[in-house]
Design a protein around this ligand. Structure first.
Ligand code: NAD
Ligand code: AHE
Ligand code: ZN
Ligand code: ZN
Length: 374
């Protein structure tokens, strides 16, 4: 049966800095190599707020934000073979085509097959699948999960075990995979290592889970919002620090606490000054700092080159270094076997029409993750 254009409730970001607006939009049928899915749930990540704020150089409006979702295949376009109607899927903002230079390198998860059009808010053929009153609305990060229905390329979907509750595993579409993966895949933290984690939102707390799994001997959790400390401790943080409670710079404090610095640090905020502190609290000779946070347009990082000359390493991590199609289904299986929990992260749930509350809660520091239920 050929799919037709359908109506979908969606939260549209019409312009920078304005609350999202509930609209009924037209969602076109999936074209060749594309899949239309019904979203069941979507987390709200800080990156959605970052783009809405106007800080994202790739931000393009009007668009439908959201990139941390879980859904069910509603229809498939011509030539789609890897998923079928009814399959449970997690949308991927980092696709996996398996054939581009990046996919074949064995060195990165950053598939570039559709990166150019995705960054312009468009499907690979250069057009949108979302329309309102005949005018196109842009996609976001290739996902646009703040819509009841959305369309993605087949290469941007991870097919997951249908027994996994999508209202929980949607968090594996970004935050939890990112934090855990940065520790386990990018840094490859080893048993007994010392770790400092800056920022205890969904990403930083997931990094704590990763550090605990890796067997880190010391996990120093740092945030200016002390309400995050209870969960940080529960997940395995050995020390919780509010930099505001100390006169000395945080890098110096962590260095003193750890006999010369940590083996690994993770910046999970998007603040370039904190990125510097995270590097400089690493141990001379071998300490590695992983940048996960996304900084605004025009921001740059700096340090004395001597920090690198003397053996500290600065790295970045996107989606935890995870190849979504081949690796995310296995992470879902590990979740189903009880390797880690997700419910601690879901501090709030709400229907799509209340989505602006999710952004308010995030800005007020009251949520870890709000999950939208469709
Ligand atoms: P969040 O808002 O839930 O958490 C950020 C935390 O940082 C908060 O607890 C806040 O109190 C804390 N914080 C703010 N300023 C601080 C400071 N100066 N010192 C210490 N703590 C401070 O955000 P999130 O959803 O966890 O995302 C964190 C960052 O990671 C964002 O920049 C987001 O865009 C980015 N991100 C990157 C990737 C990636 O693949 N690299 C994936 C997801 C999110
Ligand atoms: N568009 C921004 C950069 C945004 C960014 O860094 N995105 C991360 C994912 S954040 C998810 O919450 C990422 O994976 N980036 C890799 C990529 O290819 O976008 C900018 O600065 O232009
Ligand atoms: Zn995200
Ligand atoms: Zn590829």
């Amino acid at each position: 049966m050929t799919a037709k254009t359908i109506k979908s409730n969606a939260a549209v970001a019409w312009e920078v800095g304005k609350p999202l607006s509930m609209e009924v939009v037209d969602v076109m049928p999936p074209q060749a190599g594309e899949v239309r899915i019904k979203i069941i749930a979507s987390g709200v990540c800080h990156t959605d707020a970052f783009t809405l704020s106007g800080e994202d150089p790739e931000g393009i409006f009007p668009c439908i934000l959201g990139h941390e979702g879980g859904g069910i295949v509603e229809s498939v376009g011509e030539g789609v073979t890897s998923v079928s109607v009814g399959d449970h899927v997690i949308p991927l903002y980092t696709p996996e085509c398996g054939e581009c230079k990046f996919c074949l390198s064995g060195k990165t998860n950053l598939c570039q097959k559709i990166r150019e059009t995705q960054g312009k808010g468009l499907m690979p053929d250069g057009t949108s699948r979302f329309y309102k009153d005949g005018e196109p609305i842009f996609h976001y990060m290739g996902c646009s999960t703040f819509s009841e229905y959305t369309v993605l390329p087949e290469i941007s979907l991870a097919k997951v075990n249908p027994e996994a509750p999508l209202k929980e595993v949607c968090l594996l579409g970004c935050g939890v995979t990112t934090g855990m993966g940065a520790v386990l895949n990018t840094a490859k933290v080893e048993v007994g290592a010392t770790v400092a984690i800056f920022g205890l939102g969904g990403i930083g707390l997931s990094a704590i889970i990763g550090a605990t799994m890796a067997g880190a001997s010391r996990i120093i959790a740092i945030d200016i919002n002390e309400s995050k400390f209870e969960l940080a401790r529960k997940l395995g943080a050995t020390d919780c620090i509010n930099p505001k409670n100390f006169d000395q710079p945080i890098a110096q404090l962590v260095t003193e606490m750890t006999d010369g610095g940590v083996d690994y640090s993770f910046e999970c905020i998007g603040n370039v000054d904190v990125m510097r502190s995270a590097l400089e609290c690493c141990h001379k000779g071998w300490g590695e700092s992983i940048v996960i946070g996304v900084a605004g347009a025009g921001k740059e990082i700096s340090t004395r080159p001597f920090q690198l000359v003397t053996g500290r390493v600065w790295k970045g991590s996107a989606f935890g270094g995870v190849k979504g199609r081949s690796e995310l289904p296995k992470i879902v299986e590990r979740y189903l076997k009880g390797a880690f929990q997700l419910d601690d992260f879901i501090t709030h749930t709400m229907p799509l029409e209340d989505i602006n509350q999710a952004f308010d809660l995030m800005h007020q520091g009251k949520s870890i993750r709000s999950v939208i239920h469709f």
